[in-house]
Design a protein around this ligand. Structure first.
Ligand code: ZN
Ligand code: ZN
Length: 195
């Protein structure tokens, strides 16, 4: 496909994210739903994994006395490695939103509506970028991870590596052995004489 055909196809796809606010604001309480599945590439974002190709958009625009409230979420299919054991995982990353758009901004958090067509593409782009930047999940809530010494996957087997944090009382014993190595300990200086 030629670059110009590609960009006009993108323009047509992104037009589905434009909402006629003149019509919507005429009557508070009116709602307009937007349910679309669009290619992430349309937003000029590079996907970090092969599964993240499309974004499922489910937004609702509601006309309120304050302006147009946009709620809902976007969902992106993701894949990557479990952050503990590095097993391949697939999941759906969902990013919710709740934004207020106003013709005359009176709410500090509101976004200005510049024309009668509210373009939700920037919002969807931001939400999609968040879905793609999300932290890698665990393969399961109780994933045991890899042994830091031998690299064995502790979900499958147990190894003999000593990785537990030792009790402080053992550390005191280590110190005693060290003192003995340096010379005979003086019983008078012992902090905790027996008996
Ligand atoms: Zn895991
Ligand atoms: Zn090990």
């Amino acid at each position: 496909m030629s670059p110009s055909a590609d960009s006009s196809r993108a323009a047509v796809a992104l037009r589905t994210l434009r909402v006629n606010t003149a019509e919507l604001l005429r009557q508070p309480g009116q709602r307009r739903g937007i349910t679309e599945c669009l290619e992430i590439a349309l937003f000029g974002i590079d996907a970090p994994d092969a599964d993240a190709r499309q974004v499922d958009i489910a937004l609702e625009c509601e006309s309120t006395l304050q302006g147009v409230r946009v709620t809902g979420s976007v969902e992106v299919a993701r894949s990557g490695e479990c952050r503990r054991c590095l097993a391949q995982v697939r999941w759906i990353e969902s990013v919710p939103t709740d934004e207020l758009y106003q013709r005359e901004v009176t709410d500090a958090d509101a976004i200005e509506i510049e024309t009668d067509a509210l373009d939700l593409a920037p919002l969807v782009r931001d939400l999609t970028a968040l879905a793609l930047a999300a932290e890698l999940p665990l393969c399961r809530p109780d994933c045991a991870g890899l042994c830091p010494i031998c690299g064995l996957d502790r979900n499958d087997a147990t190894c003999a590596c000593q990785t537990e944090i030792r009790d402080d009382r053992w550390a005191a014993l280590d110190q005693l052995v060290l003192d003995e190595d340096l010379g005979a300990p003086d019983p008078a200086e012992s902090p905790d004489p027996p008996g």
